[in-house]
Design a protein around this ligand. Structure first.
Ligand code: MN
Length: 235
């Protein structure tokens, strides 16, 4: 009998501005793809030919919106001495689907963004090595910076483009999304066999090689061909 109920707390999911639109993109669920660039899989000690990509989640509350032309400041995360950047192309889902064939998967894409899958690498690896979940390494507060959403109707399908991040002015990751092991439609199709995708879901599509530690006070600048830079400093 849940009629006329009012919530005990006032809770809002993050809403990300959409380029050229007056409405925002409300984030429902945040999925991330692991080891989806061969060179990054190798630097993490895995064989990219043998290990299929896999998925993990972050809470929507981990999103930090990074407006274009603005330097965002965040608290430095606790409990880590190996805090890593992972620059990633993000896909924003605009319509629902389950068991979506690869050939139709692009139809679920509302748009794209540029994000950072920030990682407490020491905690992630310590949990990984004893077969426990990764959440404490991945799903922490402010761990998912994200720039504005670019509608697919204006960008077209993004299947290539340089993607990079600098730390304190020094380039650390510099690759191209053509190097994705699993393409975006393959990711969407596979993920939709595990979860019914819904509008508002977003997918961090994986990071290229060159991940590394970020010290407190160092400015991260993420860039992707055709999208605005994102800038964030922790601590
Ligand atoms: Mn990642």
């Amino acid at each position: 009998m849940a009629t006329n109920m009012t919530p005990l707390f006032d809770i809002h999911n993050p809403e990300i501005p959409i380029v050229g639109e007056s409405h925002s993109f409300p984030v429902r669920r945040v999925y991330c793809v692991g080891r989806n660039y061969a060179a990054h899989a190798r630097e993490m000690g895995f064989d990219p030919d043998r290990d299929p990509p896999f998925f993990f989640c972050k809470p929507a509350s981990a999103i930090v919106y990074c407006p274009p032309g603005e330097a965002v400041d965040c608290p430095y995360p606790v409990k880590t001495s190996n805090f890593h950047h992972e620059i990633e192309l993000v896909v924003a889902i605009g319509s629902s689907g389950k068991d979506v064939p690869i050939a139709q998967a692009n139809e679920l894409i509302y748009g794209y963004g540029l994000g950072l899958d920030m990682t407490r690498r020491d905690l992630q690896i310590s949990m990984r090595d004893i077969g426990r979940p990764w959440e404490i390494g991945k799903a922490f507060d402010n761990g998912a910076p994200l720039g504005q959403i670019y509608p697919r109707s204006t960008t077209g399908l993004i299947e290539s483009g340089t993607i990079a991040v600098s730390v304190g002015g020094e380039t650390r990751q510099n690759s191209n999304v053509t190097h994705l092991i699993w393409s975006i439609p393959e990711i969407i199709s596979n993920l939709s066999t595990l979860f019914e995708l819904q509008s508002g879901d977003i997918i961090y599509t994986g990071t290229p090689d060159g991940v590394g530690h970020v010290n407190a006070g160092e400015q991260l600048i993420g860039s992707m061909q055709g999208l605005a830079d994102i800038s964030i400093t922790y601590g």
